[in-house]
Design a protein around this ligand. Structure first.
Ligand code: GAR
Length: 215
């Protein structure tokens, strides 16, 4: 008899319903691509139901379109204020009924309407709580750290302050620029994110005093 996970030739019907994941992007979308590739395997347990962005004309949206994934754009500048943008983004996300939202290089702070309705995972290019914010790689280099890395965490109302799901260390090399260090981090980050999203999808999680357990 076919059972999920031990019969790689089994069709999708051998697996339980995949977890519906919506990915938010602002740029290149290489983390999104890693999730798209992982989700091709039914055993991974994830269906990417939509990709949202805060801007047009980015590679992340093109990657989604190439894989026939529905896309939408919700720009702050098209709304009277951040609260109205937050409401509209929450509405657009909700229309796809995701079980999980993944912020994969989405360069905006999510508002309370989005966070109230969804579990959101963010990936960040530093070892939090060091170097939160939009310039993490440059900040780590400027500080002179010899090791940096990446963090996957649940999003709360702060800036990169939510409970940590996973972290990976990456060495800083002599002569690194922001670009070279960020590329080295992203190579590790993609594997980390695929692993974390898969574990959340297949096992679920609980949070106790900031400590996350995959259950
Ligand atoms: C990733 O390194 C992600 O951690 C970072 O943007 C990059 C997106 O790369 N996010 C932040 O800095 C958020 N503060 P990608 O577009 O190739 O996936």
């Amino acid at each position: 008899m076919s059972t999920p996970g031990n019969d790689r030739t089994a069709g999708p019907s051998a697996y339980p319903d995949p977890v519906r994941v919506l990915v938010l992007v602002s740029g290149t979308g290489s983390n999104l691509q890693a999730l798209i590739d992982a989700a091709k395997d039914p055993a991974y347990g994830v269906a990417i139901v939509a990709v949202g962005a805060d801007r047009h004309d980015i590679e992340g949206l093109e990657r989604a379109r190439r894989h026939d994934i529905t896309t939408f754009v919700c720009r702050v500048s098209d709304h009277p204020d951040r609260a109205a943008w937050d409401r509209e983004l929450a509405r657009q996300i909700g229309a796809h009924h995701p079980d999980l939202v993944v912020s994969a290089g989405f360069m905006k702070i999510l508002g309370e309407q989005v966070l109230a309705g969804h579990t959101v995972v963010n990936t960040h290019p530093a070892l939090l709580p060091a170097f939160p914010g939009a310039h993490a790689v440059a900040d780590a280099l400027a500080y002179g750290v010899r090791v940096s890395g990446c963090t996957a965490h649940l999003v709360d109302s702060g800036v990169d302050t939510g409970p940590i799901l996973a972290q990976r260390a990456v060495p800083v090399e002599d002569g690194d620029t922001e670009a070279t260090l960020h590329e080295r981090i992203k190579t590790v980050e993609r594997t980390m994110l695929v692993d974390v999203v898969g574990r959340l999808a297949r096992h679920g999680h609980t949070v106790t005093d900031r400590k996350v357990t995959f259950s």
